[in-house]
Design a protein around this ligand. Structure first.
Ligand code: PLP
Length: 437
């Protein structure tokens, strides 16, 4: 239509991008050329101009854990179109609508009991902010405002807003530049690595000691269950989640699971909490909640939390984003969850796990590799040095694969729909990136 400007040619687009557009953790003006994606379909990103000779790239990252069904899925596209025909957005104060109500009810159904109440926000970071607010407000309502600190594991990552930064890895992590400006939290060592490693008794004693010493000032424990993602792609025993549940109960501290990355099947259980059979008091979801289509996150809590807050002087949860409960996002989230559950996500993730195990095994023989690990649809190769991200990504692109190595890791968490041949190519991309990085 006449309202549509003519398309930018790719060179012009990159020049404008570098001049004006800020990218994640990037300098301004930009110093490197981003890859220009024109469209995406299935597991493939189609490029507006070739990168390292490739016209399209297999997405080994699911757009940061999110695109579990890949791109342009007919069912998800239709869910958005259908909802668009009704309304794209309406305020949520005093108003409700079917997509949001359905979504909340579905989330309550599929998450562990007794998580029963749902706050819909717009990003993972905000879902964590809301979780923390719920816990702080709970203790204030009960007349115990001194319980306002959080205990977390070193090596964690929970987002980029101020409260979430305060519970990210404090040592050399993404937010260490902010040290001194963030609320002072209580850090426990990270749990010993290994999904199958069981619970280390010395470490258990360390956790027990911290909980006991700080209980009087702790509102909650917040952790990424089973997989510490951005902060190190480390897996740990679900036993530590059971231990945290016991310690939290014993010391009257709440427990928050940040499942923004692990939720919806990625680790081989629908939620990482399911590996442990443990219910947190508060659970955060995001990323793949909408199949990676639109920005939406959710914070779920138990009646204990909601009842506590409603007994307070301020009996409401003081939070209300403009785009709360966005109908388009809720509609596509509903469709994505249906697809997952009806389409047997468990078989898909098991298959990917087996393929990644086989195909990444050769990485063990490469120089500089210290560990190769796979859990669910997550494959990680860890090196003894920080990866040269640019060189490693270029090598992956030459193999036709999109990867985004980070620190000392080259890793992939592919869409669940990735076929076996494409999984083999992704593994080839990981190996090439490791050799180049
Ligand atoms: N929590 C975890 C465990 C994450 O991995 C992330 C993002 O990577 C976040 C929170 C923040 O989510 P968002 O980037 O949507 O704000």
């Amino acid at each position: 239509s006449s309202a549509m400007p003519p398309p930018l040619d790719p060179e012009q687009l990159v020049a404008l991008d570098r001049a004006h557009v800020w990218h994640p953790y990037a300098p301004m003006p930009g110093r490197t050329d981003p890859v220009v994606v024109e469209s995406a379909s299935g597991v493939r990103l189609r490029l507006a101009r070739p990168a390292e000779g490739a016209d399209e790239l297999i997405d080994g990252m699911s757009s940061w854990w999110a695109a579990v069904h890949g791109y342009g899925h007919p069912v998800l596209d239709e869910a958005v179109r259908d909802q668009l025909g009704r309304m794209s957005h309406v305020m949520f104060g005093g108003i409700t609508h079917e997509p949001a109500v359905r979504l909340a009810a579905k989330l309550v159904e599929i998450t562990p009991d007794p998580l029963r109440h749902v706050f819909l926000s717009d990003s993972g970071s905000v879902s964590v902010e809301v979780a923390v607010k719920m816990c702080l407000q709970y203790w204030r309502s009960l007349g115990r405002p001194a319980k306002r600190r959080l205990l977390t594991w070193r090596g964690g990552y929970h987002g980029d807003t101020f409260q979430t930064m305060a519970v990210c890895d404090p040592d050399g992590g993404m937010h260490s530049a902010w040290a001194g400006l963030l609320p002072d939290q209580v850090f426990a060592d990270r749990p010993p690595a290994g999904f199958d490693a069981g619970v280390d008794q010395e470490y258990a004693a360390h956790l027990a000691d911290l909980l006991e010493r700080h209980a009087h000032e702790l509102a909650a424990v917040i952790v990424e269950p089973v997989v510490q993602g951005t902060g190190g792609m480390r897996f740990h025993s679900p036993g530590y989640l059971r231990l945290l549940r016991e310690l939290a109960d014993a010391h009257d501290v709440l427990l928050i699971f940040d499942e923004v990355a692990t939720g919806f099947g990625r680790t081989g259980a629908l939620f990482a909490a399911d590996h442990a059979g443990v219910t947190p008091d508060v659970m955060c979801l995001g990323k793949s909640l909408t199949g990676g289509y639109l920005s939406m996150a959710a914070t779920l809590c138990t009646p204990r939390i909601a009842d506590g807050i409603s007994r307070g002087e301020l009996p409401v949860l003081a939070h209300g984003p403009t785009f709360m409960g966005n109908p388009l996002a809720a509609a596509v989230a509903n469709a994505s969850i249906e697809l997952l559950i009806r389409g047997d996500w468990r078989t898909q993730v098991k298959r990917i796990e087996a393929e990644l195990r086989t195909n990444l095994e050769p990485a063990r023989a490469l120089p500089g590799v210290v560990d190769v690990r796979v859990l669910g649809a997550i494959g990680v190769v860890q090196l003894d040095h920080d990866v040269d991200v640019a060189a490693a990504s270029r090598a992956a692109m030459r193999a036709g694969v999109w990867l985004r190595p980070y620190r000392d890791m080259v890793y992939s968490m592919p869409p669940f729909i990735t076929g076996d041949e494409d999984l083999a190519r992704i593994a080839g991309g990981v190996l090439a990136a490791v050799e180049a990085g």
